[in-house]
Design a protein around this ligand. Structure first.
Ligand code: SAM
Length: 224
């Protein structure tokens, strides 16, 4: 039985692709990716010429069946996402669940660990990370209030993701819900404009408003 490799890829800086990830991507028969154009750029940068197949949040059972057929046909498969670790606020978890249901323990599923934005943020946050709660993205509408209420009620470190379009709105809600708690807001980790903002939600908002505010963000909320 072949192997499914779950491969972490860079969250910005291409030098963060590990030697093992490179070798794995170069050796499999097929690479499952969220967006074939995004992964295509990564592969061509490393001169890797392996066929890709899209697998994303909206992929249905027909795609899973196709992946099962590839594995049953003896093909080794790698799973990547646009950036970071598959399954972390990204596609992957459901596919692995379905493959385990189909193959049981006869399929080898191997992690090729790599970058992950939440882990990178925690590594420089300077807050306890022996225990933390990761909440993914705040919901846009339904469940948004309870998302912030949950942060308010959580005494340990909290980490979540936010996009460039909603960062100020989210900081505004944090300023109301948890005005005293210190935040570590990490922008564009590993990229040219990497910036770490530390302070209360109000202080970070002031710093962000005086900059260009573009980029991807990880927000770490310090524990009580
Ligand atoms: N699977 C990815 C991982 O392992 O980190 C996360 C994918 S999630 C769809 C994308 C979100 O992760 C972004 O909106 C942002 O909140 C965060 N993110 C990804 N790359 C980042 C970076 N270089 N700097 C800051 N945040 C980042």
């Amino acid at each position: 039985m072949p192997t499914l490799y779950v491969v972490g890829t860079p969250i910005g800086n291409l030098q963060d692709l590990s030697e093992r990830a490179k070798a794995t991507l170069g050796s499999v028969n097929v690479i499952l990716c969220e967006d074939t154009r995004v992964t295509g750029k990564l592969l061509s940068h490393f001169d890797i010429h392996v066929p890709t197949l899209s697998y994303h949040h909206h992929s249905g059972i027909a795609k899973t069946d196709k992946i099962i057929a590839l594995l049953e046909g003896g093909q080794n498969v790698a799973l990547v996402t646009d950036a970071g670790t598959p399954g972390i606020s990204d596609p992957g978890g459901r596919l692995i669940e379905e493959l385990i249901m189909h193959f049981g323990e006869s399929l080898t599923i191997t992690p090729i660990p790599g970058p992950c934005a939440l882990v990178a943020a925690l590594s420089i946050a300077g807050v306890p990370a022996d225990e933390f709660v990761f909440l993914g993205f705040p919901p846009h509408k339904r469940g948004r209030q309870s998302f912030f209420e949950r942060i308010h009620l959580t005494h340990s470190t909290v980490v979540f993701y936010e996009s460039t379009h909603r960062i100020l709105k989210t900081l505004g809600e944090l300023a109301i819900r948890i005005p005293e708690r210190k935040l570590i807001v990490c922008r564009e980790l590993t990229k040219m404009f990497e910036t770490i903002y530390r302070g209360t939600a109000q202080e970070v908002t002031a710093k962000l408003e005086s900059s260009s505010i573009k980029g991807e963000f990880v927000i770490v909320v310090s524990p009580l």
